[in-house]
Design a protein around this ligand. Structure first.
Ligand SMILES: NC(=O)c1ccc[n+]([C@@H]2O[C@H](COP(=O)([O-])OP(=O)(O)OC[C@H]3O[C@@H](n4cnc5c(N)ncnc54)[C@H](O)[C@@H]3O)[C@@H](O)[C@H]2O)c1
Length: 366
């Protein structure tokens, strides 16, 4: 994934590559060599390279287990961070990073690159025209042969993939998950050791239901990587295959009038940077203006909370309430946190209330 980030950082007129750090120095050297910028400083220690190159920000593309130490170190150096998803490997670690960002007064944004998709944006616009949303569904059926850790980890589909549609569902609905009931299972022919299939029903705010039905060992008639989406609303339905422009149909033949300026808005959206480039552009814009980006850590933790709640429900065969899960995670986070980070965690009225609002003035414009 670091190769994709290097490509976009080098291509963007708004960013310069200051240096590349990897635990394995040869990996950092190979990355800059492959990108054709072999004069770029490399190293295996963030603080040392930061002191030598004085960067404005850190892009963290390490493995999920390293998101906590790398982001904590960058924030302590006074550097804002743009991190790959998931925000952290566990929910307590994600809350520690949220508190650390508050304590440092530096932006920590998580890149959910699948949000930056012009057809998804068009689907979200269609949904807005269908009155009150009631049911949102995602069907995800593919059969990738990854080899490696995904074939032996527990819950590969929920832990490694489902964060994308769960985060997308929050964005489409402008709603948060309240609770979930999830079953995870492994079809008899599955080549994964962990459960490669899952069905989760989320209760979202305003009583909306979000239903995710997915499998990573279902060959034939495969859905797109984004999955196939359908929204049933008060005035009609909208559908998106995850790749092409979406469609919508209203109950009554007349339908709702086109939203004012919709065509012009979609035309503007079509020229927005997509995927990783979109996340990078939003991060730069946030640093320059102080505007809170969509992936700011407080809100983004709620996407990871959906994943962890689904896993907990599958493991216990019970409905799991997000608010309670977050509070348990805060208690656990406090056993490991210290100093200003722990003080922030303690000062929150509750974990879910702290995440629902992004503190104003969290980061400086500059
Ligand atoms: N958005 C997407 O579609 C998408 C796709 C793939 C991966 N990802 C995410 O990108 C991240 C990286 O995934 P990947 O597949 O590139 O992993 P990878 O294992 O290929 O690369 C991770 C690199 O991080 C280095 N590293 C590990 N710990 C480190 C530390 N403490 N300090 C410095 N370097 C360290 C490793 O040496 C390795 O070179 C993960 O969070 C993953 O979930 C996102």
């Amino acid at each position: 994934m670091a190769r994709a980030w290097l490509r976009e950082i080098l291509a963007s007129p708004d960013t310069e590559l200051a240096g590349v750090v990897d635990l394995v120095p040869a990996t950092a050297e190979a990355l800059v060599h492959r990108a054709g910028v072999q004069d770029t400083p490399t190293g295996h220690d963030l603080a040392t390279l930061a002191a030598a190159t004085r960067p404005d920000a850190v892009v963290d593309v390490t493995v999920p287990e390293a998101h906590l130490p790398v982001t904590l170190e960058a924030l302590a150096l006074g550097l804002p961070v743009l991190g790959e998803k998931p925000v952290a490997a566990t929910l307590p670690e994600a809350l520690r990073l949220t508190a650390a960002s508050e304590a440092a007064g530096e932006l920590f944004m998580v890149s959910q690159s699948r949000r930056y998709d012009r057809n998804l944006a068009a689907f979200r616009d269609r949904v807005r025209r269908l009155g009150r949303p009631g049911i949102l569904t995602t069907e995800f059926f593919r059969a990738p042969r990854f080899g490696g850790f995904r074939e032996t980890m527990p819950h590969p589909l929920l832990l490694d993939m489902a964060i994308h549609p769960f985060d997308t569902a929050r964005w489409i609905l402008d709603a948060e998950a309240v609770s979930v009931r999830c079953e995870a299972y492994n079809p008899s022919w599955s080549w994964y050791r962990g459960d490669a299939a899952a069905t989760a029903v989320f209760e979202m705010t305003d009583g909306i239901r979000y239903v995710y039905n997915g499998s990573w060992c279902s060959g034939g008639l495969e859905t797109s990587w984004n999955g196939a989406w359908r929204l049933s609303g008060e005035l009609g339905s909208a559908a998106w295959d995850g790749e092409n422009p979406p469609e919508a149909e209203f109950h009554d033949a007349g339908g709702a009038p086109p939203a004012k300026g919709e065509a012009a808005q979609e035309a503007r959206g079509a020229s927005n940077p997509q995927g990783v480039a979109g996340a990078l552009a939003e991060f730069v814009h946030a640093l320059r203006t102080g505007v809170t980006p969509t992936g700011e850590v407080h809100g983004n933790v709620l996407s990871l909370a959906m994943v962890m709640a689904a896993v907990a429900s599958a493991q216990t065969d019970r409905r799991v309430h997000i608010e309670l899960l977050l509070e348990e995670a805060r208690t656990e986070a406090l056993t490991a946190a210290a100093g200003p980070e722990a003080a922030r965690l303690r000062a929150w009225p509750s974990a879910s209330e702290a995440l629902a609002v992004t503190p104003k003035g969290l980061h400086r414009a500059g």
